[in-house]
Design a protein around this ligand. Structure first.
Ligand SMILES: Cc1cc2nc3c(=O)[nH]c(=O)nc-3n(C[C@H](O)[C@H](O)[C@H](O)COP(=O)(O)OP(=O)(O)OC[C@H]3O[C@@H](n4cnc5c(N)ncnc54)[C@H](O)[C@@H]3O)c2cc1C
Length: 576
């Protein structure tokens, strides 16, 4: 069972459970048309389902063999990445100034969900590049932006985010990687980083590392950290690649899941120090890193949603096929599909409900981020910024926790076939398990929520949010009350495309008013046809007809190994 992107469900959650539709209607997104959003989602769904999803199991089996300092990605992955980048997906929400498409985070978020549902190990690489683009666009010098952003935005180069060291995980302030001023405006980095996602690979010719390090005269703790850009290869003034920098991957981890994502130990300064460029100001690295981390945290939350969706689809398909015993009320003489049993239905409905709740929280966070950037009114921008800050740890922690829970339920629905690797249910569980750990463990998210986010605006931010939720609840209660005349004004009919309907269960006829018909877009084909013929390089806002992509997965798995040294040995050998 592979993944089919639930585009209708996703579009419904985006438009009607996240605040996107009102934002669109009030003009927050300028001339962005709903049809264009539908077309982008449909095309992303197609790429995720047809190209990436079939590569997921191949990545799990093959891993990322490490030999002589190089990493080989699984068969078919490199081509898929290049096709994905050529499709313009990497720059979907990136600034137009640097070659991006400037679409809202609210449109990028569902796409991130789909890439990661199709393959979490694939999806996490671009997540880090996008976060790096955000940090560089906000904090980089003009020269750094001109040199690196166009290629990072196009996906020609990928980025990494490097905080973790053996003694410095959650306690980032304990990190020891050294930065020294070279006297010519550049810096030299030496030290070691561990657990670096896509620290080395063969997708792109250059890799741009964003590295936290400490200057010799810096204060202790997080206040003494600076952020540096360290290219794997120097970049010549004409944009061509120069000599190799003094940074290398030492090894690749063997790990529980996301086997297709190379998790590297990185070594800096074998030959005197890697050439580095300061991003932002000295000793202000954490502020820059937070720009990256907030985006990455939402993206990791979306990984939780994606894996939960995929696990649910798989469990549902299995429950419809697998027959055991005779369910109460079933005709004699045959066996029933296990979906007929209340306990299996309970599990499937729990999976569906948790996934949809997590999706709504993540999309709502993305809409808040858009409002914080795009609203004309400074007070609205500030309120939206606080809303996004409040929701980010909740989105990350809730969505990744339920990712594990749903993947675990998926195994339960499969019974013994879920525990063996053959069905793929076990891979989802193994893959999901990292998401509550990286980008700040969920324990750290809880601390962030309670100590920094709940006190925002002296509690007014969370109170306003709870008030909003209460009003929604009252509307839902009124709509569900048989004695009431019907739904409250403004309440809209749910998606008609609920793909997760348990066997034999008919969805109640909705008493609500229908969704408005899609608005036509000037000069373009009607939305459905447009969506089919729009696998584009660039999503233009009006009257466009992008060219057809020709993308097919390649697959020829071969076994490999990923040698690495133990963490304690690394820690011992890396003392600066
Ligand atoms: C596959 C993978 C990919 C990764 N990719 C990257 C990457 O690209 N870049 C990067 O920089 N890092 C990366 N990491 C590192 C990851 O971010 C860290 O593992 C994570 O931040 C936790 O740090 P730690 O492993 O040292 O755990 P620790 O910090 O030792 O935490 C162990 C436990 O203690 C708890 N804990 C720690 N401190 C506190 C506290 N103050 N209060 C309450 N509880 C606490 C934690 O919540 C956790 O449950 C990756 C890790 C993995 C496994």
């Amino acid at each position: 069972m592979t993944y089919r992107a639930p585009v209708a469900d996703i579009a419904f959650a985006l438009k009607h459970a996240s605040g996107f539709a009102p934002a669109l209607a009030e003009g927050l997104y300028g001339d962005l048309a709903e049809d264009l959003v539908d077309a982008v989602l449909a095309e992303a769904g197609r790429f995720a389902s047809d190209v990436l999803a079939p590569l997921n199991a191949i990545g799990d089996r093959h891993g990322t063999p490490f030999r002589d300092g190089t990493v080989t990605t699984p068969p078919g992955w490199r081509q898929a990445y290049r096709d994905w980048a050529a499709g313009g997906w990497n720059g979907l929400a990136a600034p137009a100034q640097w070659g991006g498409q400037d679409l809202p985070q609210a449109v990028n978020a569902p796409c991130l969900e789909m890439w990661n549902a199709a393959s979490m190990a694939f999806g996490i690489g671009p997540v880090l590049t996008m976060a790096g683009v955000e940090a560089l666009a906000h904090h980089g010098s003009d020269t750094l932006k001109r040199t690196y952003l166009p290629k990072l935005v196009s996906g020609e180069w990928m980025g990494t985010m490097q905080l973790t060291e053996p003694q410095a995980g959650s306690d980032v302030g304990a990190l020891r990687t050294k930065a020294e001023r070279a006297g010519d405006g550049t810096y030299r980095i030496s030290g070691q980083k561990i657990f670096i996602t896509y620290g080395e690979h063969d997708f792109t010719d250059n890799i741009i590392h964003l590295v936290l390090a400490r200057l010799p005269d810096a204060p202790a703790g997080t206040r003494g950290l600076s952020l540096f850009l360290v290219p794997k290869f120097a970049v010549n003034p004409d944009g061509s690649l120069g000599p190799r920098n003094d940074v290398r991957a030492h090894s690749v981890e063997h790990k529980l899941g996301i086997h297709g994502s190379p998790t590297c130990t990185m070594v800096y300064g074998d030959e005197g120090g890697a050439t580095a460029f300061l991003v932002g100001e000295e000793n202000r690295g954490m502020a820059c890193m937070f720009t990256m981390m907030n985006q990455a945290r939402l993206a990791v939350g979306l990984q939780g949603v994606g894996i939960a969706e995929r696990a649910t689809q798989q469990a549902l398909a299995y429950a419809r096929e697998r027959r055991q015993g005779r369910a109460p009320g079933a005709p004699a003489g045959g066996s029933s599909p296990i979906i007929a049993y209340p306990d299996v239905k309970r599990m499937l409905m729990t999976m569906r409900a948790l996934t949809r709740a997590a999706r709504a929280i993540c999309y709502a966070t993305a809409v808040a981020l858009d409002r914080a950037r795009l609203s004309a009114d400074p007070a609205t921008r500030q309120a939206a910024h606080e809303r996004a800050s409040l929701l980010t740890p909740a989105a990350k922690a809730f969505a990744t926790d339920i990712g594990c829970e749903v993947a675990s339920l998926g195994i339960q629905v499969h019974g013994g076939m879920g525990y063996v690797e053959e069905t793929g249910a076990a891979q989802h569980f193994r893959d999901a398990r990292i998401a509550p750990i990286y980008e700040g463990t969920n324990g750290i998210q809880a601390i962030d929520l309670v100590t920094r986010k709940l006190p925002l605006a002296e509690g007014a931010t969370v109170k306003a949010y709870l008030g909003e939720l209460r009003r929604i609840l009252a509307t839902v209660d009124a709509a569900n009350d048989p004695a009431s005349a019907g739904p409250a004004p403004g309440w809209e009919k749910p998606s008609t495309a609920w793909s997760g309907r348990p066997n034999g269960c008919r969805r109640a006829r909705s008493r609500t008013k229908p969704l408005p018909a899609p608005r036509p877009i000037c000069g373009c084909s009607p939305p459905r046809r447009a969506a089919r013929s729009w696998p584009r390089r660039r999503w233009r806002r009006r009257g466009c007809r992008p060219r057809q992509a020709r993308i097919r997965p390649r697959a020829s798995p071969s076994p490999g190994s990923s040698p690495s040294i133990s963490r304690s040995r690394r820690a011992a050998s890396s003392a600066p």
